[in-house]
Write a protein that binds this ligand. Structure first.
Ligand code: AMP
Length: 426
């Protein structure tokens, strides 16, 4: 038997109703904040991720699904391609490729699958789904403003509240910018010198190539050492410090609670200044439901113009796991099961359903070969509210037997009144 590949899974009804509920709520919230959808390809040139996410990150060094595409001839040369492990890089590539700066400030959102070769476990998959957004544009459009950081974070709080997720925690930090990073890296290297040989192999390498990534380390024995390392918050320059203060002030003004976590650096190289994560207690080890931050230098590092930006990605799989509603509640059951009774009645049932469905009535259509008992069983199994019987007598009278399956009440309803009757009874 062929099964779904390790770390991937099928999403089936009724669970998909929860996914649709979450995605619809996200679209509604994005609309009121004036965000518009972008769809970028699922695969990109490998270089895009190596240059943005960073060679030394876990994502690029261990987790990407990359292959050599052989191309199809002279003008279609082979190249290294990668299934996107995240979507910010693709959005910024698109920003540069389509000169989106002409539009001023771009407020974009996406919903789609991402791919990472991580060790599968509860809440961690190799194909997972993210709902994300990016605010990016030329500095003259206000893209650097702390008001944008605060707005994006406040949007997230609104969204989580709206889908009924309570008990989240917002952790906030500033990871500084290109100007203060070298000073911090220098201080880190110095602090690491006497201790690094007792750390894990990954950290020993990171100390050399990209010391900030040491904060991504999960090895328990390394944690006491990491705890003693200098904090990035002590190295922020004046600009970054004021920027962070303003973000916090606005969040306080709009009553979005946060805690400062000065070890939060996020596992991707492109982040600058504001970095944040929302966590949820009920999720266990994989408790981060979303993460985001500012990436002021990313466009330039990909060959584009200065285009400060801030974004986030919500892990939709984990979000669905932390919902309080059950899939059964979210799914919309049929309002009516139409039971054609006897030869030639399929077409009559089809006519009726064509009339009724435009009234936003959910219909399950039976089959004329079913006996009445079987139709009742099918209607009950489908969870329909009513069963509507379409037999020769009903067609002649142009009035149909409508039975409420829960109460057992049955009435004969003229065709013109059916829609009204079904809707008022549901
Ligand atoms: P990141 O930018 O890597 O922090 O990813 C943002 C969010 O995506 C995380 O907070 C998780 O909720 C989710 N996420 C990341 N990797 C996975 C994965 N392998 N499986 C499920 N969700 C993931």
């Amino acid at each position: 038997m062929i099964k779904a590949v390790r770390g991937t899974r099928d999403l089936l009804p009724p669970d998909t109703a929860l996914w649709n509920f979450v995605e619809q709520a996200a679209r509604d919230v994005f609309r009121t904040y004036n965000f518009h959808e972008i769809r970028t390809p699922v695969f990109e040139e490998t270089q895009l991720f190596a240059r943005s996410v960073g060679e030394e990150t876990d994502i690029v060094s261990k987790e990407m699904f990359t292959w050599e595409d052989r191309g199809r001839g002279q003008s279609d040369k082979g190249q290294s391609l990668t299934l996107r492990p995240e979507n910010t890089a693709g959005v910024v590539r698109a920003y540069i490729e389509h000169k989106l700066w002409d539009r001023g400030l771009n407020k974009l959102f996406y919903i789609g699958p991402q791919f990472r070769r991580e060790r599968p476990q509860k809440g961690r998959y190799r194909q997972f789904y993210q709902i994300g957004a990016e605010v990016i544009g030329p500095p003259t459009a206000g893209s650097e403003s702390p008001a944008r950081d605060a707005e994006v974070i406040e949007l997230l709080a609104t969204f989580l509240d709206r889908i009924g997720i309570s008990g989240w925690t917002l952790e906030l930090n500033s990871v500084g910018c290109a100007k203060d990073r070298p000073r911090f890296n220098e201080a880190l290297r110095k602090a690491l010198e006497p201790v690094v040989t007792s750390m894990c192999a990954d950290c020993q390498r990171r100390a050399d190539t990209n010391p900030l990534r040491i904060f991504d380390c999960k090895v328990p024995d390394d944690q006491p050492i990491i705890e003693q390392l200098p904090r990035i918050s002590d190295f922020l320059d004046e600009g970054c410090r004021t920027h962070f203060e303003q973000v916090k002030e606005i969040l306080t003004a709009v009553s979005v609670p946060f805690t400062i976590n000065d070890r939060l650096v996020r596992g991707l190289d492109y982040y600058t200044r504001t970095a944040f994560e929302f966590t949820h207690g009920a999720l266990g080890a994989q408790n981060a439901i979303l993460g985001g931050g500012r990436y002021d230098g990313l466009s330039e590092s990909l060959g584009g113009p200065p285009a400060p930006g801030i974004g986030f990605a919500i892990g939709e799989d984990r979000l669905v796991m932390s919902l309080n509603r059950s899939a059964e509640e979210a799914i919309r059951k049929p309002d009516v099961y139409i039971a054609p009774l006897g030869a030639g009645m399929n077409q009559e049932a089809a006519r009726l359903s064509r009339e009724l469905r435009p009234h936003d009535i959910v219909i399950e259509l039976g089959d004329e070969s079913f006996r009445l008992k079987k139709s009742f069983e099918a209607a009950t199994k489908a969870g329909a509210k009513f069963i509507l019987i379409v037999g020769e007598n009903e067609v002649k009278a142009d009035a149909f037997a409508l039975k409420n399956l829960a109460s057992g009440d049955q009435v004969s309803v003229p065709r013109q009144e059916l829609a009204q009757r079904i809707k008022s009874g549901r």
